[in-house]
Design a binder for this molecule. Sequence first.
Ligand SMILES: [Fe+2]
Length: 590
Amino acid sequence: MKASSLASMIGQLNKVAMGEKKADIVLKNCKLVNVYSREIMPQTQIAILKDRIAYVGKDASHTVGEKTAIIDLEEKFVTPGFADSHIHMDQYILPSELAKHSLLCGTTALFSDPIDIVSVCGYRGFREFVKMTENLPIRVFHMIPGGLPVDRKFSHARTMSQTEQKKAFELENVLGMGEVFSWTKVTTRDPNTIQSLNYILENDGIINGHTAGASDKKLNAYIASGIFSCHEPIDYDQVMERLRLGMWVMVREGSIRRDLDKIMPNVLSQKTYFDRLMFCTDGITPKDLLEFGMIDHCVRKSVSIGMELIDAITIASRNCFEYYKMGKDLGGIAPGKLADILVFDDLNKLKPDKVFVGGKLLVAHGKSVFKNAKLAISKWMTETVKVRRKFTEKDFVVKSKKNSAQALVIRLDTEIITRKDHEDLCVKDGNVIASQEKDVWKVAAIDRTHGTGQQCVGFLKNFGGEIGAFGCTQSFHENDLIIVGSNEKDMAFVANDLVKTQGGMTAVRDGKIICKFEMPVAGLVSKLPLEEAVIKYNEVDKTLIETGCRFKQPHLIPLFLPFLALPEIRILYNGIVDVKNRTYLKILDG
Ligand SMILES: [Fe+2]
């Protein structure tokens, strides 16, 4: 959504406020939730010219002309639009679908960190993604991913050079740098990292943080480097440690983690200031978006814990825009601000009856009244699974000349956390094989981004389930093609299927597909409407659970297997990595 500049509008807005020019829209009979004065103002009238608010007060009749549309809101509640302060929107569904459903939930602004698009497609992908979002009916602001490479020693994800970062920063609606993942790169003053931070700060940009595990001198050094927010605190103590040092905290309530109920009860009981808190999802699955909503869910949940509704709404709106230095344009309903306005029948349910963005009515009677423009997706964005061969069983063989072999095993403790383990495995025809009895599987990481043909095959324990193989092209933040399998034949089937469809998740048993969710845009995003995506996405987890998988969210397993920022052992196409000791590990002993 394009916005006017306030500077270009002040003359006209001034005239409307004074009654010397007529408004386009007047909203009458509003109960205005005022996030500046912390009060609900009954019988309020709002006059809008083009995309901005010109007047807020008791009587806007002096702004009404022949062509002014008067909308009687019949004592409904009116709030500013909500903002998701940190979201990876390059996942699962197209930005147009996310925009549509975010608006239905009252989230009118998204602060995007497209880390995985960059991991797969580099600067070209970032530029394309910014382009894909610029004409959406929602406001999308982007951060240049600051988390790549996750670990320079092992990562092979695409990144952006300093020159590309500078070009990216010049694009419209790019505000600065997204979560600077590796705080050690900051505390050890890695020259590339410091140069990037300098450039963003010198040009008045914003830098978002990621300080999981950092405290005291390391946290101080990180913040002193110009990084003033973090969405990683998972409890109240961590929130306080950061607030004390002048940080802003994005309280996360999304699909990867839900931290709100570990934080807000103490925020309330200790009477902690709210003004440096924001809400974020950090990414949301299609299922959660449909089931829980977005920032409206954060508001409802905060209220259920005991927070005053007006405070939760302020956190959801004003605070986020003030952090991003956009307070003159967005965050509340006041003269000069962009007219991003939600109308509610019932503030407890918090399902908007109407949503205006820039004065345009986009949701009415709880339904979208805009046409979701078909997104033009460049062909190259749908050709990112770059494997130029047909996979066969041989590709998944782990050779051994012995009769049995002791193998390194990636043991799943949860879908996300792994431990280093060993198992004795049988060798058949020179191939170390998986063991159903021991719940030991083969696991492969295959380069699908660079087309090198490189791959690594190892072993995984605790997947459970009676399937042949399960694979996925989306994996944080390397985006290797990951396949877990009980036999080589089905692993090859899954690999070939995902190459054919250019991305997604596929599970196979005895050479037959048992569930499948196609994600052909960069191998990360489906082209389906949300409701259809939810069905397919749910089917994957449901099918795998029904076959006996030990975990509630099986799709997270391949997603996190290469993720170098979590303990303890990870697989990438160039080897198996001991995360703590920062070494590659041998797959077979001896
Ligand atoms: Fe994140």
